[in-house]
Write a protein that binds this ligand. Structure first.
Ligand SMILES: Nc1ncnc2c1ncn2[C@@H]1O[C@H](COP(=O)(O)OP(=O)(O)OP(=O)(O)O)[C@@H](O)[C@H]1O
Ligand SMILES: [Mg+2]
Length: 367
């Protein structure tokens, strides 16, 4: 009698325990960050958690008891989701792929995994998880890989370009006394400085993906901009654009790596010229360059009346390798952004499609 009683007590305890476990597991499945859906061996949906019916945007009551074909014919299921469910079903159940990735209507990445087999006793378990973060990491790793590859490739290019540059440098030095006689020694100085800059650019931006330590020197913004404009003016005129350098105050002094900051302004003028050339209607191209003090900073602006940019371009502007040009590398602005950030400054941009673009470079001033 006692042992019978003990046995029934034992049984009650076990049932209670297993019910407890069931509810605990269900609770866990309900609150897990993935969507879960279980079809039994008859192909009937026997369990669906909150995440999953939320994703499908259908009430749970209308799902449990459905088969896959009922689900696909569900009147409340949107067209986009129907297509998606069908695609998932085809890729996993039909083609036997263990997982399938897709992008939803908001651009988020998801992975669906199908588990079946003996352990599930003929049932099919679908789990859906958002993987946007992993994708971002994957993309960054891929970009870093690209950068590393570019580093290797450019090392050999740099080596090849250096030789002719050295020869040009030597001959300019030989010509220097003659230019001096003609009163044009300034030209030789600019050519030599530009050759040195080309050498540095090759070394700094292409042979390594890391920016070098800036070689800081003091310069007035006015002198820096004048020199850059002198270098680009003739090319701009040939392309039908006029560069207008505004009157500048002489007390705007910055402490920067002059070559690097010149490179930034040059990149922007080059982009402006290209945007003007790409403009559909043929207005006279205008590039306005100026600078003004703003508290302890100087704001250098470069604006153009070129083709402007749409939101998607504006969004990715500073990403390495982002380009909309056939022969662009997409490195100009990403490198410029890094240079200005290294100098404790920032770049901002505003643009209107078919009207033009303005870049503003902010840099700390020497007080
Ligand atoms: N002033 C501008 N007007 C319109 N679009 C611009 C302007 N400046 C940049 N862009 C857009 O930003 C993209 C990235 O510019 P970035 O200078 O980084 O690379 P790129 O000019 O394409 O290539 P590279 O600089 O190597 O020649 C350009 O492809 C272009 O679509
Ligand atoms: Mg560019």
């Amino acid at each position: 009698m006692i042992s019978q009683f003990q046995e029934s007590l034992h049984l009650t305890a076990r049932t209670f325990q297993s019910e407890m476990l069931d509810t605990t597991f269900e609770d866990v499945l309900e609150h897990i960050d993935s969507g879960i859906m279980l079809f039994d061996e008859e192909g009937v949906l026997s369990f669906v958690n909150k995440q999953m019916y939320g994703m499908l945007d259908l009430p749970r009551s209308s799902l449990v008891g459905c088969t896959m074909s009922h689900l696909l014919a569900h009147v409340q299921l949107s067209r986009f989701k129907k297509k998606l469910v069908l695609r998932i079903y085809r890729e996993t159940v039909y083609k036997g792929k263990p997982s399938y990735e897709y992008v939803d209507e908001f651009g988020r990445y998801w992975r669906v995994t199908l588990s079946s087999g003996e352990q599930l006793k003929g049932s099919y378990l679908f789990t859906v998880k958002e993987i946007s973060d992993y994708k971002l990491i994957e993309q960054t790793a891929y970009q870093n890989d690209n950068l590393a590859m570019l580093g290797k490739l450019s090392a050999s290019i740099a080596h090849e370009i250096r030789n002719p540059l050295t020869a040009i440098r030597g001959f300019i030095q030989l010509l220097r006394p003659h230019l001096h006689q003609l009163g044009k020694e300034e030209y030789a100085r600019i050519i030599l400085a530009e050759i040195d800059r080309a050498n540095d650019i090759i070394h700094e931006f292409l042979t390594s993906s890391k920016p070098s330590v800036p070689q800081v020197g003091m310069i007035s913004v006015s002198a820096l901009l004048k020199e850059v404009v002198l270098l680009t003016e003739s090319e701009a005129l040939m392309k039908g654009c006029q560069i207008n350098l505004h009157q500048l105050q002489n007390d705007l002094i910055i402490s920067v790596d002059v070559k690097q900051v010149k490179q930034v302004v040059l990149n922007m003028i080059k982009n402006a010229m290209e945007a003007i050339t790409d403009r559909i209607d043929s207005d006279m191209g205008r590039i306005e360059i100026g600078a003004r003090r703003e508290g302890a900073e100087v704001r250098i602006f470069i604006s153009d009346n070129g083709k402007g940019m749409d939101i998607l371009t504006l969004d990715r502007l500073f990403s390495p390798f982002f380009t909309t040009k056939e022969s662009g590398t997409g490195l100009g602005l990403s490198v410029s952004d890094r240079i200005i950030k290294n100098h404790g400054g920032c770049i901002s941009v505003s643009s209107r499609l078919n009207e033009g673009t303005q870049f503003v470079i902010s840099l700390p001033l020497i007080q």
